[in-house]
Write a protein that binds this ligand. Structure first.
Ligand code: SGN
Ligand code: CA
Length: 520
């Protein structure tokens, strides 16, 4: 019996090894799952803050079976610009996509990683939120949100499917996943694939799926300790925004409109934006802090309920991958375009170079190369994603790409030369949310920021002693030499990446309709 099986093995072993060789030389598939505005504080693999009540089991599973990056940062923490940096591996001043509103338009003729994968033999697809204004290039298939300047709708969204306008029925997170799974099912199986599955959720106005509308009804979520930030020492920056609870509109608060409003009146009633200075009160008895806290609870419950759907749908993707024996050879990433304030400093939204906003979740599973439960603390930025995915896919990275592959970091082999600090630059002003344009440097311990548009204000934070960034140390005598050193390093980084614009040139970018493109 033993003899027979040995003989049998000897007889088939050439075929086995040929088959094995074919498999190992086969390029890995890539599923890049990218959501919109998902803060690491709202992922249980990252943070305990909401973990007991609102865990994210499927995202956590990816982290347990792969690597979690604790210091991944967006270089310009806003949607379109971060997305443009992800696909080009370049800063906003190089790919020229600086801001969403008034002038944001991506020049699609430039190099991107999906184009490089496609040219390298991959079959490529984009499903969900694109938000770069120009037609996606480098995809064999695309189907992206077009309502509200490509922000997309939670319910019954319209998509652009390979050039055709298609109105769909259903909840965006669920149906976007359906479209992605359909594409996976119908793809050309002789090729490796790269799928960009990009959810609108959990973006404003945080509308949960019908079945999750009351999910957290009976919960009260704790306020962050700096919810009542008085912005001392930061009056002109953090203290002068449209990001506090005062800026919630009726749609955010899910208020029911009175009957009999015309469509026009209804739009006005909802006020999709927000009239500056107009504070919407859901109930005249709610005032002061009680009103703020009511809004916070409404907001956080809806935000987390939209994430429940994202996590469920990631579970569907993982099941598909497993059921189709694709899990060994498929790289799965979960990331988001930036973070989000979940009440810290009294805020929602992002934009600032402060931690909660610039930090992106980034989790990657690839059993062949990445050990389970890997934690990477190195400073990684959104421009590093393109070169990393290409290196994992065995495709050459052009020299002009500014990011660096962190493939070695994922395997515990971080090079001694890996960056110790990063450069950040935010341009959009005054819409939305009135955040002054600024740039800065983040090292492991410190953060130095220069706000410049119509103010000239510097801030310094010691992240070790003040992780919530409440104390601006820029006038601290004890920090004079740290500030001097950081200013020099920041200037070197900024010009090293090729941003040598004057303040007049920088201000022109922030100004209205820069580049001649209308808002979208
Ligand atoms: C919309 C939102 C803003 C948000 C921007 C940018 N207002 O304009 O609150 O900052 O998107 O978001 S809303 O009332 O229309 O929801 S981003 O993710 O695209 O950068
Ligand atoms: Ca976003």
């Amino acid at each position: 019996m033993k003899k027979i099986s040995i003989l049998f093995f000897i007889a088939i072993s050439p075929f086995l090894s040929a088959q094995k060789m074919k498999d190992s030389s086969k390029k890995p598939n890539i599923i890049f799952i990218f959501s919109d505005d998902h803060a690491t504080n709202a992922i249980s693999a990252y943070s305990k803050r909401f973990a007991a009540i609102a865990p994210t089991p499927n995202i956590d599973l990816l982290a347990n079976e792969g690597a979690i990056l604790t210091n991944a940062f967006s270089t310009n923490a806003i949607c379109g610009p971060s997305r443009a940096s992800v696909i080009t591996g370049k800063y906003s001043h190089v790919n020229k996509y600086y801001k969403n509103y008034q002038g944001g338009y991506f020049d699609g003729s430039q190099w991107t990683f999906p184009k490089a994968l496609q040219a390298g033999g991959y079959e490529t697809a984009l499903v969900g939120k694109w938000h770069l204004a120009s037609t996606p290039q480098g995809f064999d298939y695309y189907k992206y949100h077009i309502d509200h300047g490509e922000q997309g709708l939670y319910w019954d969204p319209t998509y652009n499917e390979n050039g055709k306008k298609v109105k769909e029925k259903g909840y965006a997170t669920n149906i976007t996943t359906d479209f992605a799974l359909n594409w996976l099912q119908e793809r050309d199986t002789t090729k490796a694939f790269c799928l960009l599955l990009q959810y609108k959720a959990p973006h404003r106005e945080w509308t949960p799926d019908e079945k999750y509308v009351n999910l957290y009804e009976n919960e009260t979520f704790p306020l962050p300790e700096n919810f009542y930030d008085a912005y001392v020492g930061r009056e002109k920056t953090a203290g002068d925004t449209h990001m506090t609870m005062d800026f919630f509109n009726r749609r955010d608060m899910k208020l029911t409109p009175p009957d009999s409003l015309s469509k026009k009146e209804l739009n006005k009633w909802f006020d999709y934006g927000n009239n500056p200075g107009e504070i919407v009160v859901p109930n005249p008895d709610l005032k002061g802090n009680a009103l703020k806290e009511w809004k916070f609870q409404r907001y956080i419950k809806d935000y987390l309920a939209t994430i429940k759907s994202v996590d469920d749908n990631i579970g569907r993707v993982l099941k598909y991958i497993k059921d189709n024996n694709l899990d060994e050879n498929t790289i799965i990433v979960y990331a988001s375009d930036q973070g989000f304030f979940l009440g810290e400093h009294g805020w929602f939204d992002k934009r600032f170079m402060y931690e909660e906003s610039m930090r992106m979740p980034f989790i990657i599973r690839y059993p062949k190369m990445i050990q389970p439960k890997t934690v990477v603390d190195d400073v990684i930025s959104n421009i590093d994603i393109a070169p990393t995915l290409l290196e994992l896919g065995g495709i050459a990275v052009p020299k002009e790409v500014q990011g660096k592959s962190f493939m070695a970091n994922l395997q515990g082999k971080t090079s001694k030369k890996w960056r110790q600090s990063m450069y950040y630059h935010y341009y959009e002003y005054p819409f939305w949310h009135h955040v002054q344009p600024h740039y800065g440097i983040r090292t492991e311990r410190y953060k130095l920021i220069h706000f410049y548009y119509n103010i000239d204000v510097w801030e310094l934070y010691d992240l070790k002693n003040d992780p919530s960034e409440m104390t601006n140390l820029i006038h601290s005598k004890k920090h004079t030499s740290v500030i001097k050193k950081l200013k020099k390093e920041l200037a070197n980084l900024k010009s090293g990446y090729g941003n040598n614009m004057t303040f007049d040139e920088l201000r022109a970018i922030s100004d209205k309709n820069f580049g001649g493109h209308e808002s979208h």
